[in-house]
Structures are given as structure tokens and as C-alpha cells.
Design a protein around this ligand. Structure first.
Ligand SMILES: Cc1cc2nc3c(=O)[nH]c(=O)nc-3n(C[C@H](O)[C@H](O)[C@H](O)COP(=O)(O)O)c2cc1C
Ligand SMILES: C[S@@+](CC[C@H](N)C(=O)[O-])C[C@H]1O[C@@H](n2cnc3c(N)ncnc32)[C@H](O)[C@@H]1O
Length: 403
């Protein structure tokens, strides 16, 4: 669930993708002592400065000591109490401010306690539990009820329990359970050698992550059978054979359908996992075609092709440099007189999820002016696996001009 709501820039271990801060807990299901022990053991093995382990946890388990649990619950900010009252365990996390070995202030104690809290959360996730950390509480009230000394820093309270369906989250939090999860981009949190230089992940990593972490049939662009716009364009143009490139073939549904129509298909994608999925689909269908792992922005493919299909690739590039590189590849690979069938997000599509590039017909005419003629364009929809979202699309037929 959490994984499906993420827009990842690179593949990560499942555990990182599956941890998230739910507000829907199963109130009646206790966390067992063995589960708690595993969570605390994970925290115990957290690295810390001088190995001093400055973190301290006070466990308030509703099913073991309701008074202790209620003491912490009552210290929470009201908004947190609304949902945290369904969590059977509340854990106060504190840290000891001085090094035991020399009595000096430990300026890393909060850092270490944060790491330990995360270890606990990840172990909880691995056990199928849910953990949600909170900073919103009355520090002195938690200190008092949990018996924490005056010089310890009270850092957080973690709600721990079994995850429940989104409906178990009280209003007004319910929608947050299913909303897309967003993060600061890698290039904003990482710098190459100096703070002025963003560290940029290879674009391929994000696509690879999508194909590694989702069933192909669940990808929003998955469309079994030929896209109706592409089929109609081929019919109108009277095209039934020729060398065809399915650029950014993804799960290979279009490539397989196009091979079945009689085209000599090459299917390429930047993601090796996508190509593997497409290859398997072609084998199952008994379709003969050529596959390549290839970056359209730095393509090693040899043309020419009579037809290029771009269903949802050009719109991935919003930066002028990337658009120019994509266009250069298309110009190089498409034979003079050849057709480019392009389907992209429409400029009127406002959904947060989806590609950065969204276009109207005039945008495409202008962007493709060097080397292509726009023969036709119409508004359409991307039809994916679910019927709930059908993003607005622009479908274009372009023809390669002679040089
Ligand atoms: C130190 C800390 C304090 C937080 N305080 C609260 C809080 O008071 N209430 C709350 O609902 N969530 C709180 N959170 C959860 C964050 O809002 C959450 O981790 C963040 O939005 C990212 O979402 P995710 O954990 O689902 O990936 C806190 C998290 C941390 C680490
Ligand atoms: C929206 S999906 C569409 C997939 C496929 N055309 C379809 O209709 O199912 C976009 C595809 O473009 C691929 N892609 C993105 N950037 C690419 C690049 N630079 N070179 C080649 N393929 C790329 C992605 O891996 C992904 O499979």
C-alpha cells in the first residue's frame, strides 16, 4: 500500500518502502511481548557515538498497564490523540545527555536516539506492524508520567500497533491514508562534493524502481491490447507493415499488439526490468521482435524505422536539454516520410501524479518544428488498468520531413 503511493527515484529494499506513518491502527489487537522484544532488540543494535547507546524507551502497553498507556496518551497533542488512541502501545523515546565514559556532553545523543527509533520502526514494519512517531506532545507531561529524569531529553512518542484499513483512521485523517506520498527530490538532499552542486540520480533508476516494485498490470500506463488511438492512426494511414520502433516499450503490450498486426518490431526501454517484462510477454504471445535496453536521450539504436510509437515517453522530459536530446534521437531514427505516433499527457491534465511534460497541439507543433510536420492531433485519454483515473491525453500523428 505505502509502496504503491510512492514515486521513487531509485529502487530501495522493500522495508524502506513499506514503512510509513499510518493513522489507522487496529485498536483491539495487542502487540505481543515477543514482537516488542524484536523491535527493542533492533533498536539495541543501532550504531551510536562511542557505542554508548544514549537512547531510552518507556513502553506503555495498553493491554499490560492501561494507566501507563493512558498517561502518555493524555500527554499527546489533541490531533495526535485522536488517532493514537487506537494504538495499543505508546513508546516514549528519550536520550541521556552526557557520555558515561567521561561525563562530557554528548552532542550526538539526539542523533543516536533518532537512529534507534528508526531501527525500531523498521523492525516493526518487518513484523507487519505499524509505527508512527510523534513530536506533538507535552514534554513535561510525558517526563512525569514516564518517570524520565529532568536532564534527559524527551524526543518522541511512537505509536505502535497493527495496521488497519484506511477507514479505521478517524476523520479528518482518513484521506491521508490513501493520498500520494511525496518526498524532497534526491537532488535537493544530496550534493556532489559541494553544497552548490546537486547530486542527480540517473533517470533510469526511477524507472527501474517502478518495474521492480510493481506488478506490470498495476502500472498506471498498462493497457493490454493496442491503444485505440494508435490502432486508429495506423488504419487511417493504411500502415500494415514496416520497421517499427516501440520507444519506451514498458511492459510491452503495444509492441506485442503491433507485431501481431504485421510490423517488424523493435522494442526499447531504459529500464532493464521493463525490457525483461516485455520480452516475457512477447514469448508468451509467440511474437518475434527485437529488444534493446536503450536510453532515448543517448541512444545506441540503429535506424531507420518507418514508424516510431511513443506512448508516454516524450512527456517524461520537461527540461529543454532532455527534450532536445529526445528529438535528436527521433530525427535520427525515423526515415524520411516515416510516421511518429505520439501520445502524451494533455496540458489540461492537472493531476499531481504523472509526467512533468503536458502539451497542447501547438506545443507539439512548435517543439517538433525542426524535422517533423504535425499531420493531426486530437484530445484523448490514457486508459490504464483502473477505470478511476483516465488522464487527459494528446494524440499526435507527425511525419518526418526529408532533410
Ligand atoms: C520527529 C518526528 C516527529 C513527528 N511528529 C508527528 C506528529 O506530531 N504527528 C503526526 O501525525 N506525525 C508526526 N510525525 C510523522 C511525520 O509526519 C511523517 O514521518 C512524515 O510526514 C513522513 O511520512 P511517512 O512517515 O509516512 O513516510 C513525526 C515524525 C518524526 C520523525
Ligand atoms: C509511461 S511509460 C509508457 C510505457 C509504454 N510505452 C506503454 O505504453 O505501456 C514510459 C516508459 O518510458 C520509459 N522511459 C523513460 N525514460 C526513458 C528514456 N530516457 N529512454 C528510454 N525509455 C525511457 C520508461 O521506462 C517507461 O517504460
Amino acid at each position: 500500500m505505502a509502496r504503491q503511493r510512492m514515486n521513487v527515484q531509485a529502487p530501495v529494499e522493500r522495508l524502506f518502502a513499506e514503512r510509513w506513518s499510518t493513522r489507522a491502527f487496529a485498536a483491539g489487537t495487542p502487540v505481543t511481548a515477543a514482537q516488542l522484544a524484536s523491535c527493542l532488540e533492533a533498536a539495541r543494535w543501532t550504531p551510536s557515538c562511542f557505542g554508548e547507546a544514549p537512547w531510552r524507551f518507556v513502553i506503555a502497553d495498553r493491554f499490560a498497564d492501561e494507566n501507563a498507556w493512558r498517561g502518555i496518551l493524555n500527554a499527546l497533542a489533541e490531533k495526535n490523540r485522536l488517532w493514537a488512541q487506537n494504538a495499543p502501545v505508546l513508546i516514549a523515546t528519550a536520550c541521556t545527555p552526557t557520555f558515561a565514559h567521561n561525563g562530557q556532553p554528548n552532542r550526538w545523543c539526539e542523533y543516536d536516539a533518532g537512529q534507534a527509533a528508526m531501527s525500531l520502526c523498521l523492525q516493526a514494519t518487518a513484523l507487519g506492524l505499524a509505527a508512527h512517531q510523534m513530536g506533538g506532545f507535552d514534554i513535561e507531561a510525558v517526563r512525569k508520567t514516564a518517570g524520565l529524569p529532568a536532564d534527559w531529553q524527551v524526543m518522541s512518542v511512537t505509536a505502535l500497533g497493527h495496521p488497519a484499513a484506511p477507514e479505521a483512521a478517524p476523520e479528518p485523517f482518513r484521506d491521508m491514508e490513501t493520498a500520494p506520498r511525496t518526498r524532497t527530490p534526491i537532488e535537493e538532499i544530496a550534493h556532489a562534493g559541494h553544497r552548490d552542486n546537486p547530486w542527480r540520480p540517473p533517470a533510469a533508476c526511477g524507472w527501474e524502481a517502478r518495474y521492480q516494485e510493481s506488478e506490470p498490470e498495476q502500472l498506471p500506463w498498462f493497457h493490454d491490447g493496442l491503444d485505440a488511438d494508435i490502432g486508429q492512426a495506423l488504419d487511417e494511414l493504411g500502415l500494415t507493415s514496416g520497421r517499427l520502433l516501440d520507444l519506451g516499450c514498458g511492459p510491452g503490450t503495444q509492441a506485442v499488439a503491433l507485431a501481431a498486426r504485421g510490423f517488424t518490431v523493435t522494442a526499447s526501454d531504459i529500464s532493464p526490468s521493463a525490457v525483461a517484462v516485455a520480452r516475457a510477454r512477447a514469448e508468451t504471445a509467440g511474437a518475434q521482435m527485437h529488444f534493446a535496453v536503450d536510453d532515448v536521450l543517448d541512444s545506441r539504436l540503429d535506424g531507420p524505422f518507418d514508424i516510431i510509437i511513443d506512448r508516454g515517453v516524450f512527456h517524461c522530459f520537461a527540461e529543454p536539454d532532455a527534450q532536445a536530446a529526445c528529438l535528436a534521437t527521433l530525427r535520427r531514427l525515423l526515415a524520411a516520410g516515416g510516421y511518429l505516433l505520439l501520445k502524451c499527457f494533455h496540458k489540461d491534465e492537472t493531476s499531481e501524479m504523472g509526467p512533468p511534460g503536458r502539451y497542447g497541439a501547438e506545443d507539439i507543433r512548435r517543439l517538433f518544428a525542426d524535422g517533423f510536420s504535425l499531420l493531426a492531433a486530437h484530445e484523448s485519454r490514457f486508459v490504464g488498468p483502473g477505470n478511476d483515473t483516465r488522464p487527459k491525453a494528446l494524440f499526435c500523428i507527425l511525419q518526418r520531413n526529408p532533410d
